[in-house]
Design a protein around this ligand. Structure first.
Ligand code: M6R
Length: 615
């Protein structure tokens, strides 16, 4: 999730573009760069790190005055966050500059073809191929940049917002979108493109959201939209009525709410680019060979907090698909128990930030014991992936709110990809079985969206329960970590006593906590897992008989829970192992709304930090 801005107008472009980037920096801050187009050619400046580093370069080497420019602030997906991989990227002759948000799934094939045709690439990014493709097609498009970008877009697979400038047409900015955001800002004698309106609301509030598979050609006085085949098209015009800080949050009150809503995209992006042309699963940041993975005889997941719970969910799938034993351990406990590790142990470190000290120390310990370490991480170039033998990145984009939401879902998806990959390499699942599960995973963004569309039911419930002093969460199997995560969200945001339990453990003690009116959330497994399901239905009856107010999350159409539920939250029908990806969503919304109703700072709860870099 990168930040993108383009400008063509009458003002000094570098100022407008850099100011736009400042407003977009929340979308990514691994590196930043600009390309300014003028009759004298392109001026490209880019630097790893925060925008301040780019400011310094621009102050030391000021560009020639010009009124056309594009800028990018990066959240790295392909390639480390360094100067070379920073955007913009240019073609062989420095004529065309490209910035990009998203993932180009077929970049490796395209890069191979381009390199065989003599193109030289500097970076490890998927983006750079676009600059070289444009260089290839421009002559056949009569040097028309809009037509060239349309031609290139038809060659790309994946999700992308692209913005390009051409030194030979310095009064035009061209942009395209597929499954990534792009909005046009229409001004008076000036126009903008950006990943969101926060980049330009200081200049105009007249916005047009581009539709799927559209290209826009923007000059000082014109905005022309077409589809990828050049047919005239229309975006969706609207007036922005947010202030600048609300705009950064996309109009949401809290980053957390915005990030909850971004979950369909986070899941879809984490799944992108994982299939090879022959349909097998490929994990391209996987630096362990297939032989290394065949040699694995045990998996140990180490992580903290929400990332720990995603590991607990993953254990069920990894063991089921690979028949390898899988332990899940709190990173802070791991190295103090003298764990049994050797070269055949695969240690999986799950971390949003890549900097959590407990997890880092656990991975260092594992490597010292010669175990193989694979990181599942959302932050490209952070310490834990750097120090690991392999990494699978979650592509959730920056998570600003302290409470982790979209990264939890993306971590589960990444763990599942790992489990399926191990199954593929080790032959414990047939190709068609893996393909079926991948298809089911591809259905999850739509299922999560159904949960988001029903948010108001949960939010109303949260407002109603604002006086609760204790809330319990129950689940079995993969529903158990969901219960733990629901309780953690409530503790950290609402500062309430909340506990998650394995439903079967209830009778061994926790049931004593149940009293008249205590809210108890219960995650009911899909009916297909009959034994599991029926046990949970019994657990619901047990707590209800003791006065609990039962809030049941159950598969759509599961009439068996209706008599025992004071409140029912329907979940879309998905396979049991995928149910956490939908069942967690209402629990996140509940905690967020309850905390807001209590007047708490949802994004920065007391005593907590986003990245915990002490042991
Ligand atoms: O960056 P990490 O995933 O390693 O962080 C781990 C935990 O600190 C984190 O998940 C924490 O529990 C969140 N605040 C939970 O919402």
């Amino acid at each position: 999730m990168c930040g993108i801005v383009g400008y063509v107008g009458q003002q000094e472009a570098v100022g407008v573009v850099v100011e736009g980037l400042r407003r977009l920096e929340y979308r990514g801050y691994d590196s930043a760069g600009v390309a300014l187009a003028s009759a004298g050619g392109l001026h490209v400046a880019k630097r790893a790190g925060k925008l301040a580093n780019l400011d310094k370069v621009l102050a030391e080497q000021p560009p020639a005055p010009t009124t056309t420019g594009i800028g990018h602030t990066r959240w790295a997906t392909h390639g480390a966050p360094n100067d070379v991989n920073a955007h913009p990227h240019t073609d062989c002759h420095g004529r065309i500059a490209v910035i990009h948000n998203g993932i180009i799934e077929n970049f490796a094939e395209l890069r191979d073809t381009l390199e065989r045709a003599g193109h030289e690439m500097d970076s490890e990014t998927d983006t750079e191929v676009v600059a070289h493709l444009l260089e290839e097609v421009l002559p056949a498009c009569d040097d028309d940049l809009g037509e060239a970008l349309r031609t290139v877009c038809r060659l790309l697979r994946g999700a992308f917002t692209l913005v390009v400038v051409d030194a030979q047409d310095p009064d035009t900015v061209v942009a395209a979108r597929r499954s990534s955001p792009l909005v046009v800002g229409r001004g008076d004698g000036e126009n903008f493109v950006a990943s969101d309106v926060s980049a330009f609301i200081a200049h105009t509030r007249d916005a047009v959201e581009l539709g799927q598979d559209q290209v826009v050609v923007v000059t000082r006085d014109h905005v022309v939209i077409t589809d990828f085949h050049g047919q005239p098209a229309e975006g969706t015009p609207y007036q922005v009525d947010w202030d600048a800080s609300a705009a950064e949050k996309g109009g949401y009150d809290w980053f957390m709410l915005k990030e909850i809503d971004e979950q369909p995209q986070a899941v879809a992006d984490t799944l992108l680019g994982r299939l090879s042309p022959n349909g097998t699963l490929q994990l391209d940041e996987m630096r362990l060979s297939d032989d290394d993975l065949r040699d694995v005889n045990k998996v140990i997941i180490v992580s903290c907090g929400t990332s720990f719970y995603s590991g607990l969910v993953a254990k069920y799938a990894i063991e089921h698909w690979t028949r390898l034993p899988c332990e899940v351990e709190l990173a802070s406990e791991f190295r103090y128990r003298d764990p049994v590790l050797d070269r055949s142990t695969l240690v999986v470190a799950i971390t949003q930030s890549g900097e959590t000290m407990d997890t880092l120390m656990a991975t260092r310990y594992a490597r010292a014991q010669r175990a193989k370490v694979l990181a599942i991480c959302n932050t490209n170039g952070s310490t834990i992936p750097r120090e690991s033998d392999a990494v699978i990145y979650t592509h959730a984009g920056p998570e600003v709110a302290v409470a982790s939401t979209k990264c939890f879902l993306a971590q589960i998806v990444a763990c599942y990809l790992l489990g399926l990959y191990l199954a593929q390499v080790r032959g414990t699942k047939y190709g068609d079985e893996i393909a079926t599960i991948l298809d089911q995973l591809h259905g999850i963004p739509a299922a999560v969206q159904i949960m988001l569309d029903g948010a108001e039911q949960v939010r109303a419930l949260a407002r109603e329960l604002v006086g609760a002093t204790s809330v319990l969460f129950l689940g079995r199997h993969v529903g158990y970590p969901v219960a733990l995560e629901g309780a953690l969200k409530l503790k950290e945001l609402a500062y309430l006593h909340a506990e998650g339990f394995a439903a079967g453990e209830l009778k061994h003690g926790p049931i004593a906590l149940v009293d008249e009116g205590v809210p108890v959330f219960v995650v009911a497994p899909p009916r297909a897992r009959e034994v599991l399901h029926d046990k949970v239905v019994s657990n619901i009856q047990e707590v209800r008989a003791r006065g609990a107010r039962t809030i049941v999350l159950a598969e759509d159409g599961d009439e068996s829970v209706v008599p025992y539920a004071d409140e029912l939250i329907w979940l879309p029908r998905v396979p049991t192992l995928l149910q956490p990806l939908v069942a967690t969503v209402p629990l996140q919304l509940f905690a967020c709304e309850l905390a807001a109703a209590l007047g708490h700072d949802v994004d920065q709860p007391r005593n907590l930090a986003k990245s915990v870099t002490v042991e």
